[in-house]
Write a protein that binds this ligand. Structure first.
Ligand code: SF4
Ligand code: SF4
Length: 152
């Protein structure tokens, strides 16, 4: 175990059927906040997720929809402040204020198909996510579960 590199490469990864991350990838969030801030982008949110966020905030779902989402490409995305921060991001604590109800896109980061497409995509993702390469290996089963839940 000790000589595996951060991407989890070893013999299993050489099997033609196995994905390159078959032995897991190292990831533990450092809570830097990078993925909730910075350049604007889409964070897809469903009606069910809006309901759940509203429950956690103790606010009507319509209010959450009005103040925290925006229509984008026929879907809904979370709204951002002018500086690109998600409106649910607390800049002081650098925490998500709706953490328990955050959308699937947030819950599954960085285990997205695009990030795990190949080793170089993962390495590129690691440039903006210092949690990649930290902590224990996330096992394949968990990666696949998150891939299945992720909208991306
Ligand atoms: S960028 Fe990575 S390490 Fe930073 S908060 Fe997001 S998931 Fe955690
Ligand atoms: S909902 Fe929370 S986890 Fe998702 S982008 Fe906003 S602050 Fe980050």
């Amino acid at each position: 175990m000790g000589d595996r590199n951060a991407e989890g490469a070893n013999s299993m990864s050489d099997s033609s059927d196995a994905p390159w991350y078959a032995d897991g990838v190292k990831f533990r969030c450092t809570q830097c906040g990078n993925c909730c801030t910075g350049s604007p982008g889409a964070v897809w949110v469903t009606d069910e997720e809006i309901e759940r966020i509203a429950e956690v905030l103790g606010k009507p779902a319509g209010e959450v929809r009005l103040f925290h989402t925006r229509p984008l490409r026929m879907k809904l995305s979370l709204r951002e402040f002018a500086n690109g921060d998600c409106t649910f991001f607390d800049a002081k604590t650098r925490r998500c204020t709706v953490y328990d109800a955050r959308p699937a896109q947030c819950r599954t980061w960085p285990m997205w198909k695009s990030n795990l497409a190949d080793r170089s995509a993962w390495e590129e993702t690691a440039r903006g996510c210092p949690g990649i390469g930290q902590g224990d290996f996330v096992p394949l089963e968990q990666i696949e579960q998150q891939l299945a839940e992720s909208p991306l």
